[in-house]
Ligand binder design. Structure first.
Ligand SMILES: [Zn+2]
Length: 309
């Protein structure tokens, strides 16, 4: 069965390397010729403060520790932020299929950009900033764990490149807010400036492609998104409790379902699937985030914390 696999470790495991999903590729050239900019995107619909609070309580209870402890907060931001980003990424694949959106450049790069754009809010939101900033860290951590290894045949760009891609969207949307982070990540000044145009172009491209599929005021999507959770394996109990309590799957599903005319029901599923991955399966219209992958984020967050003075 064909699947769009969106996983850090898939290629690396196959090759015996620790981590890789990696293919250096150019940033996608999305809808360069899109005409006038559409209406500005809606603010991110996920209530990040709620997600963080619920996730913290559940995680502290399941894994031990205090929900007030900064170290626990950092882990939750990292794991929840990366999980939210990955779920948006999978819904990017879902929308491309269901709404028959044309893809220019690689689909993986396109949906990475979709995920970043749909996470970014127009209003200041410090919790969102912490979570999406963690996505950048997580990608750099994945790259470091892989020793910079890149499988040339992989459909995904390398983790380091994916980190900079998210950072590029962030600084493109809010130069002042992310300038220091980008400079610390050694992104050259000129590149930081170029990201403003890249972000505007990407946003315009996605708006142009999705605009005709947006619901009118008062209109309901013909089909719904169902969120499912299966009992996790014992070793995934802490992250599973956190994911379910946070309600991030429901929030993202609601964001998508309340915005677009979905022709078919879609399922978003969280479970211990036996593989460290997330994917979109076109035949069953199912997006999956496996607890193995979420646990991998948690382990990387712990390592990141141990390595950061
Ligand atoms: Zn993907």
């Amino acid at each position: 069965m064909f699947r769009t696999i969106c996983v850090a470790a898939f290629a690396g495991l196959a090759l015996g390397a620790a981590l890789a999903e990696d293919e250096p590729s150019d940033a996608p050239d999305i809808a360069v010729e899109a005409e006038e900019a559409q209406a500005a995107p809606e603010p991110a619909a996920v209530d990040f403060a709620y997600v963080q609070a619920a996730a913290l309580t559940a995680y502290a209870e399941a894994a031990g520790g205090s929900a007030d402890d900064q170290a626990v907060i950092d882990i939750v931001n990292y794991v929840a932020g990366m999980s939210i980003y990955v779920v948006y990424h999978e819904f990017g694949h879902a929308l491309i299929q269901e709404l028959e959106i044309p893809v220019i450049g690689t689909e993986e790069d396109s949906v990475d950009i979709f995920a970043a754009i749909y996470m970014i809010a127009e209003e200041d939101d410090p919790v969102l900033d912490a979570m999406i900033g963690s996505v950048v860290e997580a990608r750099f951590d994945q790259d470091a764990a892989a020793g910079g290894f890149v499988a040339g045949w992989d459909s995904h760009s390398g983790s380091e490149q994916r980190a900079y891609q998210v950072l590029c969207m962030l600084i493109g949307a809010d130069y002042d807010g992310w300038h220091q982070t980008a400079t610390e990540a050694e992104m050259p000044e000129q590149r930081q400036k170029d990201c403003k145009w890249e972000y505007a172009k990407a946003e315009k491209g996605w708006d142009a492609l999705l605009g005709g599929h947006e619901l009118e005021p008062g209109e309901l999507s013909p089909a719904e998104i169902t969120v499912e959770y299966d009992e996790p394996l014992p070793e995934h109990a802490a992250v599973a409790a956190m994911i379910e309590a946070a309600g991030l799957g429901e929030a993202i599903a609601q964001h998508i379902e309340s915005q677009f005319r979905l022709p078919n029901p879609i399922t978003l599923k969280f479970y211990s699937c036996g593989e460290m991955m997330a994917d979109w399966t076109p035949q069953t219209r199912t997006a999956r985030l496996c607890y193995e992958y979420v646990e991998f984020f948690r382990q990387n967050a712990l390592k990141h914390q141990a390595a950061t003075p």
